[in-house]
Design a protein around this ligand. Structure first.
Ligand SMILES: [Fe+2]
Length: 349
């Protein structure tokens, strides 16, 4: 509510009443605008609802009556109190209108003392409602922030397990963290919403959590894997889903974790999903994951040079990877990542 003079909208079809009310309100230090019927009152509310503090409204008016102003105003601008001013003193009628949403009523001819008393109460009620709404809003924001912080902590705790597993092997150390970093850049490049960005980062941090269910010996085995060993490794996306299932707030990320090794052309695992069947966030992680795997040291090979890794990503566009994601990745690589990675390599981090 504004701090300057309070603005009252006076609605009455009798010019004399409008003038007397305007003069009285002016004497009481209020500002006043007037409308001569319900139609004009509704137009006035629509135009000035952000500055009108209270409405005083007659009931019997030609065309659009006071009832309709009360119903409309109460529904569309519930914070603006409407006081009925009527020549009909029947209590039951006044109660009917209060049920429609009017704040209170006065009968004509009104008394100045009564007018001032009702106006003050109406303004006090409005202020209280506004303070409540603001408090409610702050409370909701705080709850949202606390929930988000709690979710963050849980994700950090869970992802610390996978970081611990990665840390045991110098070849995979920091993999999930780097995939999350690349995913953050991708989220900005692809213009993802804040919600999708957080989801993507969570999923990137957790995508290999299923490796907890694979023996360390197999995970860190030097050299190439035989067919059985490879089939065992291929179970890690589904194992990841099983591990994360008890965390309700991650429900929507399970398909992302499960699909990070699916191929755009349907030749991936575990389900052989293709194109839009693969969650978009999983298609992003697939590119970041492969790029990091290629540019990191492996027990059976040196890291690939950046140029070759990027060429492999390009070659996989449309088969292994979503072409839209590949072109976004190439852009961030050339604009940001390449320089960062060269510096990192130079300083040995
Ligand atoms: Fe994986």
């Amino acid at each position: 509510m504004r701090n300057e003079k309070k603005l009252v909208l006076v609605v009455d079809d009798e010019e004399d009443i409008r003038e007397i009310l305007a003069e009285t309100l002016d004497n009481l230090d209020f500002e006043c605008i007037t409308a001569c019927d319900g139609d004009e009152a509704i137009a006035c509310l629509d135009e000035h609802h952000d500055i009108i503090d209270v409405v005083i409204c007659d009931l019997k008016m030609p065309r659009v009556s006071g009832d309709q102003v009360i119903i409309y105003g109460h529904k569309k601008y519930p914070l603006i109190p409407i006081i009925i001013l009527t020549g009909f003193a029947q209590l039951d009628m006044a109660l009917d209108h209060m049920r429609l949403g009017a704040f209170d009523y006065m009968t004509k001819p009104f008394r100045v003392k009564e007018l001032l008393f009702i106006l003050k109460r109406a303004l006090e009620k409005r202020q209280l409602q506004e303070e409540n709404a603001a408090y409610q809003n702050t409370l909701e924001i705080r709850i949202e922030e606390a929930t988000q912080a709690l979710h963050n902590q849980v994700v950090q705790t869970v992802s610390s397990f996978i970081l611990a597993i990665e840390a045991k092997d110098r070849y995979t150390q920091g993999h999930s963290k780097r995939v999350a970093e690349y995913s953050t850049l991708m989220a900005d490049k692809l213009g993802l919403s804040q919600e999708d960005k957080i989801n993507l980062i969570y999923a990137a941090q957790l995508h290999d959590i299923g490796k907890i269910g694979i023996s360390e010996q197999l995970l860190n085995k030097p050299g190439r894997l035989n067919k059985i060993e490879y089939e065992t490794i291929k179970t890690h996306p589904s194992k990841g889903v099983k591990i994360l299932e008890p965390l309700d707030f991650l429900d929507h990320l399970l398909p992302v974790v499960e699909s990070h090794h699916e191929w755009f052309d349907g030749c991936g695992y575990p389900k052989g999903l293709a194109r839009e069947e693969i969650p978009f966030l999983a298609r992003i992680i697939a590119v970041c994951d492969s790029f990091d795997a290629m540019t990191s040291d492996r027990s059976y090979r040196e890291p690939l040079p950046l140029k070759i890794a990027i060429q492999e990503i390009k070659n996989g566009s449309g088969s292994q990877f979503d072409p839209q994601v590949v072109s976004a990745f190439l852009e961030i690589f050339h604009n940001t990542l390449e320089a960062q990675m060269i510096i990192r390599k130079t300083v040995g981090k």
